[in-house]
Every structure is written in structure tokens, then in C-alpha cells.
Design a protein around this ligand. Sequence first.
Ligand code: PLP
Length: 389
Amino acid sequence: MDNIRKHFSALAQDEIVYLDSAATTLKPDVLIQSINDYAQCVGSVHRGFGLTVEFEQARSDIAHYFNLKPTEVIFTSGTTASMNIVAFGLEHLIKQGDSILITDSEHHSNFLPWQRLAVRKKAHFAKIKINKNFDIDRESLINQLDNSVKIVVLHLVSNVTGYKQDIKNIVAKIRAKSSAFIVLDIAQGVFDTLDLKEFDCDFYAFSAHKFYGMTGLGFLLGKESSLEQLEPLFLGGKMVDSVNWDSCKLSKLPHRLEAGTPHILGVLGFQRVLQWYKSFDPNSLNQHLRALTQELFDALSKNPAITLISSADAKNIVTFVVDGISSSDIADILEKQGIIVRVGKLCSELLMEKLGHRSVIRVSLAHYNNKDDIQKFINALDLTLELFE
Ligand SMILES: Cc1ncc(COP(=O)(O)O)c(C=O)c1O
């Protein structure tokens, strides 16, 4: 996949080994070009002269990519914003004694909005059991599904372990027993081409910057019939058909959930990113990442001082700790050698507590990484650990 690496000018100098793509991916040249193009454009969207046609075409292309309708694509500022919009938007349907089911492995952005909703409405906030191998325990989940359950909150791929849930199967089991809303965080799952219609959840959230797009742009995707039930969190321009002194008439989807001027540059850039991404063979992209992740996992497994948290089948994320050495000290020394990894609680304190670690090191890969990156990382890690001997 050296082919794809060439599309990232940031890697041209070979000065850094970037292994923190689960935090944010590097920007491909196609995105940088779209920023330049946009900077020369005149006007806004949905407000007279400007880029409305191009903007709505981008929405259609993005919807098509995920097998959704354009009315099922809401532009937000990120996964965090999307989850807050859904949690706020469903509040009017939740009453005291209702239940929200959620795993303890969610990123804080998909945990705290639901925790607040449960507190505000005096709803039960119940934990979905996750097995030792990080798989959601289907049997106990199904047993929890009584009539009080109104919302089930899940993730596709864990930002800590890289474990991918078999969501289609889990959702089918939930649907067979419950009419609860199903909310899915797909922030770490978008490297795979996702058919969201098949997934059959009500709401999905991800951020463009985790998938070669810009920061400041996110997506709330879902079923039209579910999105329609959300009370808008943000009120303002272009989301109303009419306003009078006492009330207003909200616009139809998608605009009713998009108050204010949107991230036009981000949306047009992401449309180009998708076009570019689709020009590669998805199987080769997948195999490349899988092979690199396996290589990384195998190399780390050889060191008896290392405790791996991720399992061998993890997506592009491998997380570990080193016995007796602080994770942040290791990450600092790696950074001095030009190796960028992530360290800390990874915005997942509950999972970290369950795993019994105060801080972990996360190595996360994207398609621009290569075998050389893995080797440089392993060499740098060996050198670093020698310093502590
Ligand atoms: C699984 C998961 N969910 C949500 C988020 C939050 O994304 P953002 O900060 O872009 O809103 C992240 C970011 O790391 C994530 O990994």
C-alpha cells in the first residue's frame, strides 16, 4: 500500500512515525487541495448565492456511501456533538423508571450524555455485560431487555482495545425482543465500508477527522423515522420554516437538526476524501491494515515484560502496558525518537478501571503506515526499555 502513503505529504520527509491515527488521521493531499479550492469560493449555503447545490450533492454522496438517504445525514461538529444531540433529543421521550442500557467500554463522549440523561429523568442506568474477550454478552443483554428499556447504547470498535463487535447479530437479537432506540458509536469503525441500513440501528455517530477528513466536522446518521423524533438541541438559522412571537415551525430533516452555518469546507472536503478512498480496492486496504496490526501484535507478544490488552484480532489498534514502567515515561521517550503514540486513560476511565490500569500505551494504525513504521517503533521501544533496565 505504498501507493496510498504517497497521498500524504506530511509523510514525505519520513521524519516521524505516526502511530496515533485512532486519535486523528493525517490529512491526504486531496483534502488539502479541497481546502485551497474552497478558499477561493464565494458565498455560503442555503442563503442565496453560494455553494448550496455542491453542498447538498456532498450530502447525497455521503448518504450513498453509507447506504442511507440524504435526509438521514446530519452534519455536526463531531462524534461528541452527535451523541449530545441524540441524548438531548430523546429526553422528551424518557420518563422516571425507564431504563438506558450501556456498556462500560464507551468513550466518554458516548457515556456522559447518557449518564446525564439518566440522572435528569431518574431513569435506570444499567450496565451491559462485556465478556473477558471484550465481546458484548448477548445472553445477559437479551435478559435485560424488559419493557422499561428505551435506549441501548453500543460501540462498533473500542478505542481502547480495537475489538470490533458483531453489531448486526447483536442488533438483530435486540430487535427481536425490544423496540428500544439503538445508538451506535462508529467513530473507530469507519475504515471498513459500512452498510448502515443493514446494521439497523437508529442512530450512528462519527467524526470526519478519524477518517481522513477535517476536525470540526462530524456526522449524526440514522433512520429518518428515528431522527424525526429528536427534539433539536440547537435552535437558530435555517432550521425553521416560520417563526412567530410564541412559537416556530421546524423544517424537515436534515435541516431541522442543523441550526446555523454548517462546516461547508469540511463537508466538501469529506466528499472528496470519500471519492479518493473509493478509488482503492477495499480488500487490499483491509488486508494491509490487518497484516500490519498482526505484525505489531506478534512483535509485542515476544517481549515478556509487555502485557497486551488488545487481542490478536483487534482492528487497527494495539494497546499495552509494560510491567513496572510508567506508560507516559515510555511515550515521552518514544516521542523524542520521532515515534508518536497515545498514552493515558483514552477517555475511557470505566474500562481502564476494569482493566486495572491507570494508563496505557495505544498504537493505532492507518492505511499510510507500513512495515518500516512497525520496525522503527519496535526498535525504538526496545531501546527505550533498555534505558529502564
Ligand atoms: C470511540 C470514540 N468515540 C467518540 C470519540 C469522540 O470523538 P470526537 O472527539 O471527534 O468528538 C472518539 C475519539 O477519540 C472515539 O474514539
